[in-house]
Ligand binder design. Structure first.
Ligand code: NAD
Ligand code: MG
Length: 359
């Protein structure tokens, strides 16, 4: 199946399915006779680089760059290795970069593409569930700075996204579950029908059933594509994609990046958001337990870490990018499937939520 992200002349297709890595026709018109650089890491290369090289064999020149694996390498030093390679190879402005990997490789490759010779094309081949439903779509690219995550970056849309369900088979269980948290997010934030579908199919999804998985990825990408088409640079609706993230970022930052995976922290963060919404009288107790139950089946955390107290959350939440004029802004559900941004959060209720949602 193929979806389109409608952004005028920057529109692009997202192909979702199985065996896509073997379908060279999908990419041929984009890469034919061009200088192509695949960027991947040392975990993914042994698994999928050969197939990707075959996929791209109509390229004029084809090279690959294998970076070290990890968020710790998503920085300007690694980015410079990409530029070194491109310049050493003599790649021109007409070259095209291919991101083969999860969100780290995708964000870094996208930013390299945004800035090499003031901007070249790139293709996303996301190999994690998180990257397939979130980071590969929407054009946010960038790297980390020692003083902050994703602090250096650009908006730069890919020319094509190719999400092959087969590539998820090798994903570690924890990474896979963390991706499911972002899947659940789309249900809560704007798609109640999808949320119900997830409740019915949660166990099969956890077992990585490729047909259901392709349906879920498609639905998430559809939701994200609609939001991005309306608000490409996050001046409004796109902020809804941050449901659970303000709480989650506080957990990730306090615990030290990597101990809690992003999706795990978002999972606990979404429970906090629905808990707070219940305290505001927006959600019923049953809504809250549906969210908790779904996340539990998906083997995700539904409480913040035991070692975090209310005072560990508040200062970290206060530095969130969504905040305006020093005021905390949170994405909270009015109902399952309908969220809004709230900038007048009752401090007392927030503290109650943080207390009651900690292990
Ligand atoms: P990741 O890229 O670090 O991948 C997770 C781990 O899985 C890595 O060790 C990776 O090598 C390994 N891996 C990847 N694919 C595999 C496969 N098919 N089989 C086996 N192992 C595989 O992490 P991620 O969760 O994909 O992405 C997180 C990053 O994405 C963060 O840097 C975050 O900032 C970024 N992100 C960006 C956006 C955006 O809109 N641009 C959105 C969300 C997250
Ligand atoms: Mg996220």
């Amino acid at each position: 199946m193929t979806l389109d992200v409608n952004l005028g002349e920057r529109s692009y297709p997202i192909h979702i399915g199985t065996e896509l890595l073997n379908n060279a026709e999908l990419v041929e018109s984009l890469v034919i006779d061009r200088q192509v650089l695949i960027i991947t890491n040392d975990t993914i290369a042994p698994l999928y680089l050969r197939a990707t090289e075959k996929l791209l064999s109509s390229a004029g020149t084809l090279s690959s760059l294998i970076l070290p694996d990890g968020e710790a390498f998503k920085n300007l030093t690694t980015l410079n290795q990409v530029f070194d390679r491109l310049l050493t190879l003599g790649y021109s402005r007409n070259c095209i970069l291919v991101a083969l990997g999860g969100g780290v490789i995708g964000d870094m490759t996208g930013y390299a593409a945004a800035s090499y010779q003031r901007g070249v094309d790139f293709i996303q081949i996301p190999t994690t569930l998180l990257a397939q439903v979130d980071s590969s779509v929407g054009g946010k690219t960038g790297v980390n700075h020692p003083l902050g995550k994703n602090m250096i970056g650009a908006f730069h849309q890919p020319r094509l996204v190719l999400a092959d369900m087969n590539s998820l088979k090798t994903l570690p269980d924890r990474e896979y579950a963390a991706g499911l948290a972002e899947v659940v997010k789309y249900g809560i934030l704007g798609d109640s029908e999808f949320f119900s579908w997830l409740e019915v199919n949660a166990e099969k999804l956890l077992a990585r059933d490729p047909v259901l998985l392709a349906q879920a990825v498609e639905r998430c990408c559809q939701n994200k594509a609609t939001i991005v088409a309306e608000d490409e640079k996050e001046s409004g609706k796109r902020a809804l994609l941050n449901l659970g993230h303000t709480f989650g970022h506080a957990i990730e930052a306090h615990m030290g990046y990597g101990r809690w995976l992003h999706g795990e922290a978002v999972s606990a963060g979404m429970v906090m958001a629905v808990d707070l919404a219940q305290r505001l009288g927006w959600l019923t107790e049953q809504d809250v337990s549906r969210v908790r139950q779904l996340l539990l089946v998906m083997q995700l955390p539904v409480e913040g870490p035991a070692e975090m107290a209310v005072d560990d959350y508040l200062p970290r939440m206060a530095v969130d990018k969504k905040n305006l004029d020093g005021r905390l802004r949170l994405i909270l559900p009015r109902s399952i499937g309908c969220c809004e941004m709230v900038s007048t959060v009752d401090h007392q209720l927030l503290c109650e939520t943080l207390r009651s949602c900690s292990a």
